[in-house]
Design a protein around this ligand. Structure first.
Ligand SMILES: NC(=O)c1ccc[n+]([C@@H]2O[C@H](COP(=O)([O-])OP(=O)(O)OC[C@H]3O[C@@H](n4cnc5c(N)ncnc54)[C@H](OP(=O)(O)O)[C@@H]3O)[C@@H](O)[C@H]2O)c1
Length: 303
């Protein structure tokens, strides 16, 4: 879909499964391709064919974002969203690298203007975007406070490198203010819903709340007098459409993340694996809120 001219042809070893794919299969995603179509937005595998200026070579291990068509044995991705896969990562981790980590970097560094030494509060911190955000924030030199709804998710947030972990069923706003010495610098919110007002209250002056998604179901409304009184900001971060129109930005984010992979800060957490033919079960795992870590389809290639 992103490659009307020429793309990189990849033998898929693993395909990532995430929330947007659940929406795609229901026709509820912003992209509504004509039926029938192959869902799936990201893969890791081996380059089968690429033009000389693609930046990756035939036989190279890569992670790539193709927007559609990833739940397949072969996928095509644009060169600007195809990146060499570091030896430190396996194919399953590579299949969890682009959507969540590029979003996290975009939301924190570019939209949220995060600086080293600042404190970030991360909602949905055991989820795909959440775990990526915990790691990228650390890579940017920030301290993190993870918000989660269960003990199992608390463990995942710790495994992802959270400095502090708080529970949604506790007084997390007051705890976060205390842990950050008066208020956090940035809130990253993929959940939305009722906790939004407390998120605003947990910010210090000059703090930013970055809106990334609405897994909680409802889209919050802001009483803008709160922003005036607190000297705070609410900022939107929609990676897809913005990044796809800016190939150079995608390459720069890829480079920044490659540095964090090399430092050992970025390590996608993989949860359940499913074979390609059980993709519908993989989607249900996400839909029913049972997913922890990145859900991955193992794909057999017919070489
Ligand atoms: N803006 C962008 O560019 C961009 C890019 C990628 C994804 N997204 C969006 O970001 C959101 C998060 O994606 P994700 O892949 O991180 O999802 P995920 O792995 O399923 O995690 C979402 C988290 O949301 C929390 N949550 C709260 N209420 C929920 C509910 N009713 N149902 C399900 N989860 C609920 C859960 O944490 P607790 O149980 O701990 O609360 C869960 O761990 C999605 O809306 C996705 O579409 C946006």
């Amino acid at each position: 879909m992103l490659t009307p001219g020429e793309g990189v042809l990849i033998d898929v070893h693993a395909a990532g499964v995430s929330f947007p794919e659940v929406l795609q299969t229901r026709g509820e995603y912003q992209l509504k391709p004509p039926l029938p179509f192959i869902p799936g937005s990201e893969v890791a595998g081996i380059v089968r064919a690429a033009s000389p200026d693609a930046g990756v070579a035939v036989g190279e291990r890569v992670a790539a974002f193709c927007a559609l068509g990833a739940f397949a044995e072969r996928a095509v991705a644009p060169p600007f969203l195809t990146f060499p896969l570091a030896d430190a990562l396996d194919f399953a981790q590579g299949a969890g690298l682009i959507l969540n980590y590029h979003t996290a970097y975009f939301a924190l560094a570019l939209r949220g203007r995060l600086r080293a030494g600042e404190t970030v509060l991360v909602h949905g911190a055991a989820g795909g975007v959440g775990t990526a955000t915990l790691q990228v924030a650390r890579g940017l030199g920030a301290r993190t406070i993870a918000i989660v709804s269960s003990d199992a998710k608390a463990q995942i947030a710790r495994d992802a490198g959270a400095d502090e972990v708080l529970r949604t069923d506790g007084p997390w706003k007051d705890e976060a203010k205390e842990l950050s010495g008066g208020g956090v610098d940035l809130v990253l919110d993929p959940v939305g819903g009722e906790r939004f007002t407390d998120s605003l209250r947990s910010l210090r002056e000059d703090g930013r709340l970055v809106v990334v998604g609405f897994t909680g179901g409802s889209i919050p409304e802001v009483k803008v007098n709160r922003l005036l009184l607190g000297n705070t900001e609410v900022v939107g971060a929609g990676w897809g459409a913005y990044a796809l129109a800016r190939p150079q930005l995608c390459r720069e984010i890829g480079q920044a993340l490659a540095g964090m992979i090399e430092q050992g800060v970025v390590r996608p957490l993989v949860g359940e694996h499913f074979p390609l033919e059980r993709a519908s079960e993989a989607l249900l795992t996400i839909d029913e809120r049972r997913a922890t870590g990145k859900i991955v389809l193992d794909v057999q290639t017919n070489d």
